[in-house]
Design a binder for this molecule. Structure first.
Ligand SMILES: O=C(O)CCCC[C@@H]1SC[C@@H]2NC(=O)N[C@@H]21
Length: 248
């Protein structure tokens, strides 16, 4: 794939090694002029969601998009769905798309295994977001070892489809993410949500969401305008803002 795909007005930094591209994004944020993708071949202290560690063996993609989004924190948070849509389409260039699915809140599955994860970090106030960092880890070449989330054991693109270099994958991802931003600006979250739901794993099926307080089992009905998971339970529809999701 040619680098002609690279979106206009977006910068790119490629590092050999860094502690974490999220940490690098936070360091670069005060001087940020334009949206910037930061990619690293090696991370020595990569992080995942909920304080977990993230392992990225050689050849996998580790990248963070640093930007100054318009709007407040709620709009910024919706970008995890945009990132998932962008990742899904980038992966579909290299593997049969029917094997891919997005999983709420922000993973991409390949044949039921986790192939990509998304981590959002931001700085700002209730009024506005100063900066947003969208971190993506994609198992392109190798499956990370010793991952605790056994319900979705990690898998790698190389086990199912073509080998692709991280730089090449980033080209497609950056282009797709720019398209998601254009859709969001023109049509709002409704269209992003519609596209995400078309790709969602287990939509209409019974799933379990484990929040910090309880476990809720119900039919996965939708996501709402704020990105909450909507489960239909015997008590009625429940909107869940944060949880780990399990399939039975
Ligand atoms: O827990 C998850 O599923 C999210 C994983 C996000 C990992 C990526 S790799 C690039 C960026 N830098 C980090 O330290 N984490 C994110």
């Amino acid at each position: 794939m040619s680098t002609d795909l690279w979106p206009e007005g977006v910068d790119r930094i490629i590092l050999d090694e860094v502690d974490s591209t999220m940490a690098e994004a936070a360091r670069l944020a005060p001087e940020l002029k334009r949206p910037t993708w930061i990619m690293a071949h090696h991370q020595t202290d990569a992080r995942g969601r909920q304080g977990r560690k993230w392992a990225n063996p050689e050849g996998n993609l580790a990248a963070t998009l640093l930007m100054r989004p318009e709007g407040g924190p709620a709009d910024a948070a919706l970008r995890s769905f945009m990132a998932a849509n962008a990742l899904f389409e980038a992966l579909a260039l290299y593997v049969d798309r029917t094997k891919l699915a997005v999983k709420w809140p922000n993973d991409v599955l390949l044949s039921g295994g986790k192939v990509a994860g998304i981590l959002l970090e931001s700085m700002g106030s209730a009024q506005g977001v100063d900066w947003l960092a969208i971190g993506v880890g994609v198992n392109l070449a190798a499956v990370p070892k010793g991952v605790p989330d056994a319900s979705f054991p990690p898998t790698a693109l190389a086990e199912h489809g073509d080998m692709v270099a991280p730089e090449q994958f980033l080209d497609a991802l950056a282009a797709n993410f720019a398209t998601e931003e254009a859709i969001f600006a023109e049509l709002g979250f409704g269209k992003i949500r519609e596209n995400w739901l078309k790709r969602a794993a287990r939509l209409g099926e019974v799933i379990t969401a484990r929040t910090s307080r309880e476990e809720i089992t119900g039919t996965f009905e939708s996501i709402d305008e704020a990105g909450n998971l909507i489960l239909r339970t015997p008590k009625g529809a429940q909107a869940i803002a944060a949880a780990d999701v399990f399939f039975s």
